[in-house]
Ligand binder design. Structure first.
Ligand code: GLP
Length: 262
C-alpha cells in the first residue's frame, strides 16, 4: 500500500484527482468508482478544474458505492442526489453513465444483484475513490462486514447514523437505518483504489487500515489485500501512523529506480 502524507485537504484532493485524471486519460472507456461524504469533495473540485483545462470525461462511466434504503433520487440527501450535485454536474459527466444503487427498489436484493451485473457489464471499475468512516467503514461496509462481500443490504452502525446526522438536520433518528452498499469484495475488484482521509477524526482509522491487523473490526484494512491501493492523507489524519518515516522516505525516492526496459 502506498501512503502519501500531504500538508492539508486541498493538497490531498489535488493528488487524488491527479491519479484519477491519469486513469481517465489512459482508458478508452474509463470506469470510475465514486464516493460520497466530505472527504472526496476536494478531489472532485480539483477534477472539475482539470476538466475545465481539457480533461475529456465524455466517455467516463461512474458507479457510486452506496445508497440509503428508502430515499428516492428526489430526496436531497439520497446519494443519487448527492452524486448528481457533487460529481455528475461538477465534472460534466453524462448522467446516463452515472450509476447509483437503487435504494427505493421494491426488491432490494434484485437491485443489488443488478448493480453487480452492471459493474461487470461496464468492464469493471478502473479506479475507485474511497473515503473512510471514523469506525473504519468503506462504502457502508460497517465493522463486522465480510471481507469478501458483494453489493447487498446492510444496517448502518449507530455511530455512522450519528456521524451522518449533520446531513439530516442534526437528528440521528432521521438517518435511514438501512442501505445498499458495494461489498468489500466488490471494492477489491476495482483495478486501483485511492482512499482519501483528512482531519483528526480519521487518524485512528487511518493507522489501523494502513498498519493494523487485517480484519472485519476495521473493514478498510481490506485495502491491505489490494495490489494497487494508495492512501492519501493530510497531517492530522496521519498523526497516528507508526511507520511515517518510511512512507515519506519511500515517497521521496519513488522516482529513483531505473526505468523498465522498453
Ligand atoms: C459515509 C459514506 C462513506 C464515506 C464515509 C466518510 O457514511 N457512506 O462512503 O466514506 O461515510 O464520510 P466523510 O468523508 O464525510 O467523513
Amino acid at each position: 500500500m502506498e501512503i502519501i502524507v500531504l500538508p492539508d485537504a486541498d493538497a490531498a484532493g489535488r493528488h487524488a484527482a491527479g491519479i484519477i485524471a491519469r486513469t481517465i486519460a489512459a482508458r478508452p472507456r474509463p470506469v470510475v468508482g465514486v464516493a460520497t461524504g466530505s472527504s472526496p469533495l476536494a478531489t472532485y473540485r480539483e477534477l472539475a478544474a482539470l476538466v475545465a483545462r481539457g480533461l475529456d470525461v465524455s466517455r467516463t462511466t461512474a458507479f457510486a458505492l452506496d445508497e440509503y434504503v428508502g430515499l428516492g433520487p428526489e430526496h436531497p440527501q439520497s446519494y443519487h442526489a448527492v452524486v448528481d450535485r457533487e460529481v455528475t454536474r461538477r465534472l460534466g459527466l453524462d448522467p446516463g453513465r452515472v450509476h447509483v444503487p437503487d435504494g427505493s427498489a421494491r426488491d432490494l436484493e434484485a437491485a443489488c444483484a443488478a448493480y453487480e451485473q452492471a459493474i461487470t457489464a461496464a468492464g469493471g471499475v478502473d479506479i475507485q475513490l474511497l473515503g473512510v468512516g471514523a469506525n473504519g467503514h468503506i462504502g457502508f461496509n460497517e465493522p463486522g462486514s465480510s471481507l469478501g462481500s458483494a453489493t447487498r443490504v446492510k444496517t448502518l452502525a449507530p455511530g455512522t447514523r450519528r456521524d451522518n446526522a449533520r446531513f439530516f438536520g442534526g437528528d440521528p433518528e432521521a438517518v435511514p437505518v438501512h442501505c445498499l452498499t458495494q461489498g468489500i469484495g466488490t471494492i477489491l475488484r476495482a483495478r486501483r483504489l485511492v482512499l482519501v482521509a483528512t482531519g483528526a477524526a480519521k487518524a485512528q482509522a487511518v493507522a489501523t487500515l494502513a498498519e493494523g491487523p487485517l480484519g472485519a473490526y476495521c473493514p478498510a484494512t481490506a485495502l491491505q489485500l489490494h495490489p494497487e491501493a494508495t492512501v492519501v492523507v493530510d497531517e492530522e489524519a496521519a498523526a497516528q501512523l507508526a511507520l511515517r518515516e518510511y512512507y515519506d522516505f519511500a515517497r521521496d525516492h519513488a522516482r529513483d529506480l531505473p526505468a523498465p526496459p522498453a
